[in-house]
Design a protein around this ligand. Structure first.
Ligand SMILES: Cc1cc2nc3c(=O)[nH]c(=O)nc-3n(C[C@H](O)[C@H](O)[C@H](O)COP(=O)(O)O)c2cc1C
Length: 184
């Protein structure tokens, strides 16, 4: 797929089929992520790939965290939270490494990891996959971070849900750049 086609056709696709993705295809997406620009070449992105029962275990942790945040929550709401990671066969959690040296800026590491996320989304688009970048309270929850191997003060910037799209995507209509641009 041509680059501009991937850029213009990329869209958040929440409904995907449960069919598993070949590992080689997931690795192709991760490798695209790892091509992102990053200052001082620190490669600050940390990818955690969840498939199969790992998604169920994430759902358990998300439900427990949800209960801890809202102790009065109903069983129905907990079940909904527990099922969230099952919405796609693959989830790539993207965390950000904290700067190890004073010259490295935390925001720059965040920018680089976000660029890696976008690379993954564009690669997914080019591969005919459907993907959505999700965050929400769960991504900020220390228990969820711990389950994924991240420290409480590390940023978990995205849970990228990926699978084969359940519907044929149509070209999104988006506002232009013009009202967000000044020429000097
Ligand atoms: C940092 C970030 C976090 C996001 N978190 C969520 C989320 O939690 N739930 C969701 O439905 N979409 C989430 N999105 C996707 C946006 O809602 C989506 O990109 C936006 O609606 C524009 O639609 P498009 O991706 O189809 O262009 C997130 C996007 C970004 C960049």
């Amino acid at each position: 797929m041509e680059l501009y086609e991937a850029i213009y056709m990329r869209q958040s696709i929440g409904k995907v089929r449960p069919d598993p993705l070949p590992r080689a295809l997931i690795e192709k997406l991760l490798d695209a992520g790892a091509q992102a620009p990053n200052h001082y070449k620190v490669r600050p992105w940390r990818f955690v790939v969840l498939t199969d029962s790992a998604r169920e275990r994430l759902g358990e942790v998300m439900a427990e965290s949800f209960r801890a945040r809202f102790p009065q929550v109903s069983e129905e709401a907990l079940e909904k939270e527990r099922a969230k990671p099952l919405r796609a066969p693959v989830i790539i959690a993207v965390g950000v490494e904290k700067p190890a040296e004073p010259k490295v800026d935390e925001i720059e590491n965040l920018c680089a990891a976000a660029a890696a996320c976008q690379n993954i989304l564009l690669a997914a688009q080019a591969e005919g996959l459907g993907a959505i970048w999700r965050t929400g309270d769960a991504a900020r929850d220390p228990k969820v971070k711990a389950f994924l191997g991240f420290a409480p003060d590390q940023h978990l910037i995205g849970l990228l849900y990926i699978g084969y799209p359940a519907q044929t995507p149509v070209k999104p209509q988006r506002p232009s750049f013009e009202d967000r641009t000044v020429w000097m």
